[in-house]
Design a protein around this ligand. Structure first.
Ligand SMILES: [Zn+2]
Length: 134
């Protein structure tokens, strides 16, 4: 059976839209004029186009979000390194200040001892003077 045979049956041109008509060619012409699926073609085409646009928009959005995620992660790593360096610097500065305070404390104690020793000397001499005066 070939397409010139009158019995040759063909599918409706709206098969892709879901029409299941499978008829002889001359019958099909009548069907095509009243096929309800064909009426839907503009709407379905429009919806397909819309879905394609939205899909590509979503794909774009996903790519953008992926890139932003990478950038944020890079920024986070950079900021963490900066923060760690800042903390290290602060720590070493604090240690410097503590060392300075400890050194001053040591010097202060030395001065206190010296003062104590001078006080002792003064007391000794003042006792001597008192003794001499008597
Ligand atoms: Zn049809």
């Amino acid at each position: 059976m070939n397409e010139y045979c009158p019995e040759f049956r063909v599918h409706c041109s709206s098969k892709d839209l879901g029409c299941s008509s499978f008829r002889q060619k001359n019958e099909l012409i009548n069907h095509t004029n009243e096929c309800s699926f064909e009426d839907l073609r503009p709407t379905i085409d429009f919806l397909h186009k819309k879905i394609r646009n939205q899909s590509s928009y979503i794909e774009q959005f996903l790519q953008q979000a992926k890139q932003e995620k990478i950038q944020l992660e890079e920024q986070l790593v950079k900021e963490r390194i900066q923060l760690e360096e800042y903390i290290k610097l602060q720590k070493s500065q604090h240690e410097l200040v503590i060392n300075e305070i400890e050194e001053q404390n040591t010097q202060f104690q030395l001065i206190c001892k010296e003062n104590q020793s001078r006080n002792n000397q003064i007391t000794f001499f003042s006792d001597q003077i008192t003794l001499l005066e008597e």
